[in-house]
Design a protein around this ligand. Structure first.
Ligand SMILES: Nc1ncnc2c1ncn2[C@@H]1O[C@H](COP(=O)(O)OP(=O)(O)O)[C@@H](O)[C@H]1O
Ligand SMILES: [Mg+2]
Length: 271
């Protein structure tokens, strides 16, 4: 199945998805056979275009499928070796997993500080969150609804951190933000991840930006994992260049188009 032969991650996984299948409304299969390992103390990225199954994958882990009338119909999800398949969101959160969701990340009508107070589950949660994102202190009395897109995303990450998680699930940090802001947010995420020794599962359409900070990556297409590898291996892959990279970079796009043309004459991975 994977074109790149390589054992997944060498480090011990904190999270393991084994052949997970999710079905919406009892009939629409959104992901199937999805196996992903998240190494402890690193950033693992799942890359894919719109509709590929990224959000579904994160919802399967975080327990938010039932509100969408979806079920895990096959496979297992293991957290530190414990089976958490199908657990409710509060149980998953208690296990140390926090989600930065794709939408409705913050309470727009509350101040930054009150958002953090609402989310904090540990005693030093609010202070920890400000330490991780000092920029938020300057706007702590502002209503979250008036923050810039980048600040809102920062607040969403800070809220997730304020729960004292060991594993952070991040759904499309880049959505609707300018490339420079995305780069800066991902660097922040990397800094926080390293400083706290937490693990991150990041799903992204913007593969180039994500691979810049990830230790390992998977590519999901039509609900199936089609490749996995280190960022170097993924960046080398002709089809990945064609489909996922260079979208924000004209030069990279031109380069990859040429590479893909040459690559295609040799081989088609889906053939
Ligand atoms: N609430 C839902 N009800 C029915 N189908 C859904 C729902 N959410 C997502 N899907 C379907 O599941 C598939 C994967 O979607 P999603 O996980 O949101 O992809 P991504 O996050 O990669 O854009 C898509 O075909 C999408 O139409
Ligand atoms: Mg999504």
């Amino acid at each position: 199945m994977t074109a790149i032969e390589q054992s997944p991650q060498t480090k011990t996984p904190i999270l393991k998805l084994e052949q997970v299948e999710v079905v919406y409304n009892k009939l629409a299969t959104a992901i199937t056979g999805v196996s992903v390992e998240v190494a402890a103390g690193g950033i693992t990225a799942v890359l894919g275009t719109n509709g590929a199954g990224k959000t579904t994958t994160l919802k399967a882990v975080s327990g938010f499928l039932s509100s969408d009338n979806a079920d895990i119909t096959d496979g297992h999800i293991l957290l530190d070796g414990d089976d958490i398949t199908g657990m409710a969101p509060h149980q998953v959160a208690r296990g140390g997993i926090a989600l930065v969701p794709e939408r409705d990340k913050v309470f727009d009508t509350l101040t930054v500080l009150d958002n953090l107070k609402a989310s904090a589950r540990v005693a030093d949660g609010v202070e920890d969150a400000f330490d991780a994102f000092p920029r938020l202190r300057a706007v702590e009395q502002n209503l979250a609804g008036y923050l810039s897109g980048g600040e809102k995303q920062m607040l969403a990450m800070a809220m997730a951190l304020s729960t004292g998680p060991s594993l952070l699930l991040v759904d499309e940090l880049s959505l609707g933000l300018a490339p420079l802001i995305v780069t800066s947010l991902l660097q922040d995420l990397r800094r926080v991840q390293r400083a706290r020794g937490i693990s991150v599962l990041l799903v992204e359409q913007n593969a180039l930006a994500a691979l810049d900070v990830a230790d390992y990556g998977y590519v999901i297409e039509d609900g199936r994992i089609v490749f996995d590898g280190t960022p170097e291996q993924l960046l080398e892959h002709g089809d990945i260049k064609e489909f996922y990279l260079g979208t924000n970079d004209a030069e990279a796009a031109r380069r990859s188009y040429r590479d893909v043309r040459q690559y295609r004459r040799k081989r088609r991975w889906w053939g």
